[in-house]
Write a protein that binds this ligand. Sequence first.
Ligand code: NAG
Length: 341
Amino acid sequence: MLAAGQLILAFALASSVSAQGTGFVPLVQKKFDWGNIPYKVDTDVGLPRGPQVGYNICNSTTEGPESLCQTAVINSLDDFCLWAPPEPGQEVGAIEGEMVAWCSKPGHGTRVFPDGTITGVQFTKAPDYIQVVGFMDQTKINMLRGDAGGEMDPHGADLRGNPMGGVLYSQAFTGSYIQVMEWHNFNGADMFCLKACDPRGANDDKYCEHIYDTQGCGFNAPSNARDGVFESCASDNQPFPGQGVQVPASSLCSTFASTDIYGPSATVAVPIPGASTISFATSQNPRPTSAAASASGSVSGSRSGSAAQPSSTGDSDEGSALRFAPTPAMALLAAAVAFLL
Ligand SMILES: *[C@@H]1O[C@H](CO)[C@@H](O)[C@H](O)[C@H]1NC(C)=O
């Protein structure tokens, strides 16, 4: 496995170098302002995994069940996206590079979760990241029943990301959309977690570590999420993934009825917990929601501890050994070539 993986890696990087000269840029280093996102973030040609499947300019024209939008957002309990397959029939692990954005509400030019997809979710805002962790009927978003799933992140063995060209934005950090450079999304076994690390933080790569791709949500994004409960909380930081699983204390939790925040009857725009200064600018949304901004959640007390949390999901990813890819592509290429010689 390791040798085969290294061969693939060497081939991918050698191909990228020969095809692109020194022009290959890892996805995690591609930065675009919200108003300046290109049609495709990944323009590489002639590489083993082929071209980017979808596109990154997403608007009312692209929105709907056929959307191939690969620009995702995570703003709040009621407004977030996950990466899921464009077509049914294959395990996530086989098509991580082709995932498209599915979102909890219209307005982002993406697919929208069919009613009943999300059955419980906790949104938390920690000092260094935001995340959604929860439960779903994964068959509603083109995943196979029982698929243990996989991990999406802006790295991947060939550094083109999973999905290739997939980018993530959030207004939860500053009130305006900024690109989230480090994130991870695990979907499988009817559970999901998407963590978006504050790009202004010094440790965004560590909180959104991408190498534990076989470990699932309980390990990478420990939370108090419970099926049947829809809540938005402030939270402490978790330990870095890999440095001990500990559910961070959450506080300022507000709970909602799913029908109030998702689907055609949604009337509530959920505020960011513990961030009273943040109000969203919706001007750049292609189709701003008409939902009233009158949050009516009931505030429950501070909670901490170890309520049910998604346990580790399996992963049919390309193998965790490949995930230990150092960032400078050239160093990696040198290492891979050395291996071949
Ligand atoms: C809408 O998105 C499509 C697909 O990315 C793009 O071709 C088109 O130019 C966009 N329309 C506008 C008005 O931005």
